[in-house]
Design a protein around this ligand. Structure first.
Ligand code: LER
Ligand code: MN
Length: 283
């Protein structure tokens, strides 16, 4: 069964981002469950801004899983970065990610490093920045294993980060195969900008992919833009992907419509039923 997750933003500073729901936790979870999602992803200001007890109680009430937790607020709001030339900033970034993994460990959720990869400034040598990133990600991946958390690295498009933009580069730069708990998050919005062919890139990355952000070319719900989600679904099927598809999209024209559109596209292209099999046999 396809596992769908809805992004829930609990951070006041991040509310203008591409997140489906941004009411309080209980109301966002109520809406996510009502729309048919089986999980939520949380965008939080910091790991100490949320209570494990409250999150657990709310998830149980709405029968939702916690898919993943983002660390983007650490970069956007606190200026933390794993490629900062300032060692203290890099160390604080590492601590922020560890604290987030600690929280995620209670729920068997994954932790995302997206914006936290930072920006390589023009005075910093790229090879040096990559060595900082490799070192900190390696350290975090080992911690992740102990905490039973999957650490997800997410390539971002060039307008958001100049560090790692493509799945293949993440695999190469981070020596991904050396760590069992270090995986890739493939975001179709970023891939639409950076990858030559989204389906081929997914196929090539294969089992390195453990999470999907499902958004269209304009970062609206899948089906509101021009990404070929049939191609995405076929590639995911080829790699036997069974993780979450997470709707990291703008609540356009409102959260309910965006949630409905996501589900419509999901049922059209991702869920295999008799009609899908019949139509493929006819071809
Ligand atoms: C940022 O654009 C993004 O896609 C987030 O998932 C990063 O954590
Ligand atoms: Mn994303």
């Amino acid at each position: 069964m396809t596992k769908m997750s809805a992004t829930v933003c609990l951070s006041p500073e991040m509310k203008s981002g591409p997140f489906l729901f941004s009411d309080d936790l209980a109301e966002s979870c109520r809406q996510a469950a009502a729309a048919g999602f089986s999980g939520v992803d949380l965008i939080i200001s910091s790991p100490d801004s949320v209570s494990t007890t409250v999150v657990e109680r709310t998830l149980t009430k709405y029968t939702l899983a916690l898919g993943a937790i983002g660390t983007g607020a650490g970069f956007v709001c606190k200026g933390l970065s794993l490629t900062s030339p300032d060692r203290i900033v890099r160390e604080e970034a590492i601590k922020y990610v560890i604290d987030t993994m600690d929280f995620a460990g209670h729920f068997g959720a994954s932790v995302i490093i997206g914006s936290m990869q930072g920006q390589i400034d023009k005075n910093t040598d790229r090879t040096l920045a990559y060595s900082w990133l490799r070192e900190s990600i390696g350290y975090l991946a080992e911690k992740a294993e102990k905490l039973r958390v999957v650490l997800l690295f997410e390539p971002l498009n060039r307008y958001e980060s100049n560090v790692i933009n493509r799945l293949e580069d993440a695999i190469d730069v981070l020596n991904l195969q050396d760590f069992s708990n270090l995986k890739l998050l493939a975001d179709t919005f970023h891939m639409n900008v950076e990858e030559q062919k989204i389906g081929e890139a997914i196929h090539k990355a294969g089992e390195a992919i453990a999470y999907i952000h499902l958004a269209d070319s304009n970062r609206r719900a899948a089906g509101f833009g021009h990404i070929d989600f049939q191609e995405v679904a076929q590639a995911l099927e080829m790699i036997n992907y069974d993780g979450f598809l997470s709707a990291e999209v703008f609540p356009y024209p409102n959260a309910q419509c965006a949630a409905m559109k996501t589900m419509e596209t999901l049922n059209k292209v991702f869920v295999k039923g008799p009609s899908h099999e019949d139509s493929s046999r006819k071809r």
